[in-house]
Design a protein around this ligand. Structure first.
Ligand SMILES: *Cc1c(COP(=O)(O)O)cnc(C)c1O
Length: 387
């Protein structure tokens, strides 16, 4: 299939061939249930899951037994926020988060609001960043959770998550800190070790692993108790029942192992491609805005808006050649601009022309040159037509 060049790696990534190779035996001869204790099929599956836990912990720190395996980050985030809120309600009913969080966080908070919890949404600056003081200022004695993402999925900005966690604990030692680390894991150095984080959500399919598997890291010292969302056979220390998806978990582990080993080489290569993409489009077209802080940004992200064009026409013009995302959610008839861009004060008409480029492991310098030409050509045609 000679489809468009894939530059939408914040939405999902392709499975690394090495990950697929590691997974395949667990669909066939090694098909056992990891909870079967009485035969070799079960032992083999359990051992593979244990190896994967070590590999995941090798990427984000902590111990392999601290991880609760889930169906993905949406579930991890729901378990972290709802599980903790319901478990620690006697301490207070207040939650602090940020207006630019992923919908999994915002909608979990909204659901908790219906149960009587109060939520404060902190607004980032026009660069997309929040400061530790901004978060800490909202934390009170009745705040039970603060939830702040590491890397934003639209504009790629990197929050100072360790300083934020430390600042929260200085105000209220018993306030739990959750981090949606989906977009940073495997792309930037990140570790729960030595941090003040309590709960961390990650997912495999954003780091070249399979879809449908993720993890919640749960601090064990001091122990955190979560009320499970899914009851059943008591898997995952009672926090998430259900038969483990062994092939997916094996792939998740392998993806984490590769990311940990290759991040130091991969990040500068991708950052250089991002730099070239920006420079090429800027030199060839002009009238370009970078949405969000460029300096504190994950290497593969470039979120641009374009002067003097219609957003929909631009996306249509480039979408045959390159797979990217738009800041205007075209899924609904309303054509609402992205709430993330809105929250950082990007005017609606600029948000409507925004394009999110997400560069990843399998992009090449030649593809970047092709996309530069494509975007420059489309802008020139549309601007000529508009004037
Ligand atoms: C993709 C994503 C999620 C959701 O992860 P799933 O595994 O697809 O449920 C959560 N947060 C961020 C920042 C994401 O980019």
């Amino acid at each position: 299939m000679a489809g468009p060049i894939y530059m939408d790696n914040h939405a999902t990534t392709s499975v690394d061939p090495r990950v697929l190779d590691a997974m395949l035996p667990y669909f066939s001869e090694r098909f056992g249930n990891a909870a079967s204790r009485s035969h070799a099929y079960g032992w083999m599956a359990e051992e593979a899951v244990d190896v994967a836990r070590e590999q995941i912990a090798g990427l984000i720190g902590g111990g392999p037994r601290d991880l609760v395996i889930t169906s993905g980050a949406t579930e991890s985030i729901n378990l972290a926020l709802k599980g903790a809120a319901r478990s620690y309600r006697s301490r207070g009913e207040h939650i602090v988060t940020v207006a630019t969080e992923h919908k999994a966080v915002l909608d979990s908070c909204k659901a908790l609001t219906r149960d009587g919890f109060r939520v404060t949404y902190v607004s980032p600056g026009s660069d997309g960043l929040v400061t530790p003081d901004q978060i800490a200022a909202e934390v009170g004695s009745d705040t039970i959770i603060a939830s702040v993402m590491h890397v934003n999925n639209e504009i790629g900005v990197v929050q100072p998550i360790e300083d934020i966690a430390a600042a929260v604990k200085r105000v209220n030692e018993s306030c739990l800190v959750h981090c949606d680390a989906v977009q940073g894991a495997g792309k930037l150095p990140f570790s729960v070790d030595g941090s003040h984080l309590d709960l961390v959500s990650i997912t495999a399919h954003k780091l070249y692993g399979p879809k449908g598997v993720g993890a919640l890291w749960v601090r064990r010292r001091p122990r955190i108790r979560l009320i499970p969302l899914i009851d059943g056979g008591g898997h995952e220390r009672g926090m998430r029942s259900g038969t483990l998806a062994v092939p997916n978990i094996v792939g998740f582990g392998k993806a984490c192992e590769i990311a940990a080993a290759e991040m130091a080489d991969e990040a500068p290569r991708i950052r250089a491609m991002r730099g070239r993409l920006l420079e090429g489009i800027r030199d060839g077209a002009g009238g370009i805005f970078v949405n969000g802080c460029l300096e504190h940004r994950v290497p593969g992200n470039l979120n641009l808006s374009f002067e003097g064009v219609d957003g929909e026409a631009l996306l249509l013009a480039v979408s045959k050649g390159v797979a990217v995302s738009s800041g205007a959610a075209c899924s609904s008839a309303s054509r609402e601009p992205s709430y993330v861009l809105r929250a950082i004060g990007v005017p609606d008409e600029r948000a409507h022309t925004s394009i999110r480029f997400g560069l990843g492991r399998f992009n090449t310098g030649d593809q970047v040159e092709e996309v530069i030409e494509l975007v420059i050509g489309a802008l020139a045609r549309l601007r000529r037509g508009a004037s």
